[in-house]
Design a protein around this ligand. Structure first.
Ligand code: FAD
Length: 392
């Protein structure tokens, strides 16, 4: 990349940080400009549903942000790939056109809203969202959380720990249904209920409206009333509206080749355009990765490719890793849980709320699940990584 002098990244989060950190470590001394719309960024997102909700700082720290770039505060609105130009509406209102040899899409995801979701129903994606939720986290308050995925269950756990009265609603018949691919549903329901949360499963949310006494959430089961806050945590989708109208395959994230080069609808590489993190779907990974670790790996991999250096690891060949903390449990999952797999219990220690499982499918271990068993998990991780890692 000796001729590249200008790199632009949209999104100042963990994927961007890993990308820029690797570029600089490998000796790139050209310009890097990062465009970011959130005035609080950079900060770390995983704490937002966990310890941050019971803390007092304005935003979580971002120890992985090492700088090495100029940040332009504003919203990326349009890209002209042929001229390698990006239109940015700066926070001041001024509209600028920025040029670069390479543009990296690192815009992550936005929360999904329910059809007809009224204003005032909260989401949890940014530090501002978390501060708004935190203001209501105290005894005597009543919260309804919609969606019992990782963010919804972590939020229910943190709110409940702060003394808030919490109801958690999901259409699925078990919590963490996607996270564990249908396994451990009874166990998760048990630890959520023991944590003092009212759990409403197989429950479809209908109309949501506000009365003088608080929010009313109609469902096909009970009607939930007098809620001080309602938080919708039903999922996310890649933040790509600003790329609308381009000949880019953005059906579920920006489709990329195995090193992060963006692809057209016809499968051709778009010169100078790349995508990493939650916003990207790389060839070779079976699905779009939406976790912190993959975002980092993709950022580093793309940097190595642009520098013309051998990649350190191939992110698409790595087993995905995700963690959660909730209801006194540290949960770690390596691999991809699948519904057809058989759950094998290796450790079960109810007194310590600890367990260690694997998911076995077609003669292979497809996932390792640890609950408060970090030592077993670290050993499994070492073995699994040694078995799967290939540098391409
Ligand atoms: C509450 C919560 C808890 C989580 N917990 C975990 C966890 O425990 N473990 C785990 O592995 N993962 C967790 N995740 C997921 C993890 O945080 C994401 O996978 C990771 O942040 C993705 O990083 P990224 O760099 O791709 O994008 P993001 O972190 O989403 O950042 C993208 C940035 O792009 C900016 N942006 C978007 N559009 C524009 C635009 N048009 N112009 C300018 N800027 C723009 C956004 O403001 C944002 O700052 C959690 C996520 C949330 C929300």
């Amino acid at each position: 990349m000796s001729t590249t002098r200008q790199i632009m990244v949209v999104g100042a989060s963990v994927a961007a940080a890993a990308f820029i950190g690797q570029l600089r470590a490998d000796g790139y001394d050209g310009s890097v400009v990062v465009v970011e719309r959130d005035p609080d960024m950079p900060y770390d997102r995983p704490p937002l549903s966990k310890e941050f909700l019971t803390a007092s700082e304005a935003r979580p720290e971002a120890p992985w942000w090492t700088g090495g770039c100029d940040i332009v505060r504003g919203v990326a609105e349009r890209v002209d790939p042929a001229n390698r130009a990006l239109t940015v509406r700066k926070s001041s209102g001024q509209i600028d056109e920025l040029m670069a040899d390479h543009l990296v899409v690192a815009t992550g995801s936005d929360p999904v809203r329910l059809p007809g979701q009224p204003d005032g129903v909260m989401s949890l994606r940014t530090a501002a969202d978390a501060r708004a939720v935190r203001e209501n986290a105290r005894p005597g308050r009543r919260a309804v959380v919609l969606g019992a995925g990782t963010v919804g269950t972590e939020l229910a756990s943190s709110l409940s720990a702060s003394g808030t009265d919490v109801a958690l609603v999901d259409l699925a018949d078990r919590p963490l249904d996607r996270f564990f691919a249908g396994h451990l549903g009874d166990e998760a329901a048990e630890w959520i209920r023991s944590g003092g949360v009212q759990l409403h499963l197989s429950t479809r949310v209908g109309e949501i409206h506000r009365r003088s006494t608080g929010w009313v959430i109609e469902t096909d089961g009970p009607t939930l009333t007098e809620a001080d806050l309602v938080v919708c945590a039903v999922g996310t989708r890649p933040a790509l509206a600003w790329l609308d109208g381009l000949d880019l395959d953005t059906r579920d994230g920006v489709a990329c080749d195995a090193s992060g080069a963006a692809l057209t609808n016809g499968g051709d590489i778009v010169p100078g355009l790349h995508a990493i993190g939650d916003a990207a779907r790389w060839t070779g990974a079976e699905y779009r990765r939406e976790d912190w670790t993959s975002a980092q790996l993709q950022g580093r991999h793309l940097a190595r490719r642009l520098s013309g250096l051998t990649p350190l690891v191939n992110p698409s060949a790595e087993r995905p890793y995700f963690w959660s903390r909730q209801f006194g449990r540290r949960i770690q999952v390596l691999g991809k849980p699948v519904r057809e797999a058989t759950l094998v219990t290796h450790v079960q220690d109810p007194e310590e709320a600890a367990a260690f499982y694997t998911l076995e499918h077609d003669g292979d271990t497809v996932a390792w699940i640890s609950i408060n068993r970090p030592r077993e998990f670290a050993l499994a991780l070492r073995g699994a990584v040694a078995g799967s890692r290939k540098v391409t």
